[in-house]
Design a protein around this ligand. Structure first.
Ligand code: ASP
Length: 316
């Protein structure tokens, strides 16, 4: 086992949520408990972490309200911790709602040659049977395992990669899926079992320039629009008039667009707005064709394609 501590960064979410009514699984407020309190509720903490722990409250937000400022602070702090020889891994507690976005953002910007493990909970800490303590213990076990690198998500006993993972269920504890890819592995009684019985190289070989992100302050404005029956494209014209810099369109099927929306997106592109196509299908990925009218983002969901375009517009 490599030397150094695991640093747990708290950012809020249901894992830190409390309900006024004891035992309630809904009607709670996310982001109430400190990261210290979350860790205090985990039995067998030192055993799972296999070494010293440190904790920091980086933010305290319901992740439905996640924003660029928190991402920027996270990216900066993770970058500092990753180059610190006293640190062997990072665990981040986070809300489930935008977990996949934060995971993809961090994967895109970090040279994570150490584990960066995000975890969460579907039930608040005051629920009858909260899932947070188990998830946190599993995340620590993954962070402490030999051969782990890169940004991972640990929830309900499964380990997911940043690109494939998404929240697929609004209520059940096992709310995350990696779709066609399946999970990368599982945590069983504190032991990480990779799906193919060997660690996977998940480090981004060409992360975005962190300095550009830190210097930028604000994120480029990129909006997501949906292609659907009856779409008329007026929302695109309104966004262009309002100064948006980029539009990701969540297209039907293999990148098909309602003809009215298509026409509006062509107008947007002519006006200098960057347009990207992602599919609104939850499984599979876009197959690029030579005559595609707009650049597409195979393998990225609309929310992740939005992050990719923001980073591109920043020149990061
Ligand atoms: N709204 C909460 C959040 O994303 C939901 C959760 O964590 O499960 O912070």
């Amino acid at each position: 086992m490599s030397a150094g501590k695991i640093v747990v960064l708290g950012t809020g979410g249901t894992i830190a949520g409390t309900a006024l009514q004891p035992g309630a699984g809904l009607g709670y407020r996310a982001a109430q408990l400190s990261v210290q309190a979350l860790l205090a509720a985990v039995p067998g903490l030192e055993q799972a972490a296999r070494g010293p722990l440190a904790m920091e409250q980086l933010a305290q937000v319901d992740s439905k309200d996640m924003d660029w400022a928190v991402w920027r602070a996270l990216a900066q702090r993770c970058t500092q911790l990753l180059v610190n020889s006293q640190v062997r891994a990072i665990v981040i507690t986070h809300g489930t709602d935008t977990l996949e976005e934060t995971a993809w953002f961090l994967h895109s910007v970090l040279a994570a040659r150490k584990p960066v493990v995000l975890t969460c909970a579907m039930r608040p800490a005051t629920a009858l049977a909260p899932d947070g303590p188990q998830n946190l213990r599993d995340a620590l076990a993954v962070a402490a395992s030999a051969g782990v690198q890169g940004v991972l998500v640990v929830a309900a006993g499964s380990v997911h990669g940043a690109q494939a993972v998404s929240k697929v269920h609004p209520y059940r504890i096992d709310a995350f899926s990696s779709g066609d890819d399946g999970p990368l592995g599982w945590v069983e009684e504190g032991v990480l079992r990779w799906r193919h019985n060997r660690p996977l190289a998940l480090v981004n070989p060409a992360p975005a320039a962190i300095k550009k992100i830190v210097d930028a302050g604000a994120a480029p404005r990129v909006e997501i629009v949906l292609s659907h029956a009856g779409a008329d494209g007026r929302i695109v014209d309104a966004l262009v008039a309002d100064g948006t810099q980029g539009i990701v369109v969540a297209a039907t099927g293999n990148g098909t667009l309602h003809r009215a929306l298509h026409a509006a997106l062509e107008r947007a592109q002519r006006a200098g707005v960057a347009v990207r196509v992602a599919t609104r299908c939850s499984l599979g990925q876009l197959l690029v064709q030579a005559d595609d009218p707009f650049p597409s983002t195979p393998g990225l969901s609309p929310v992740k394609a939005r992050i990719a375009l923001q980073l591109q517009l920043l020149g990061a």
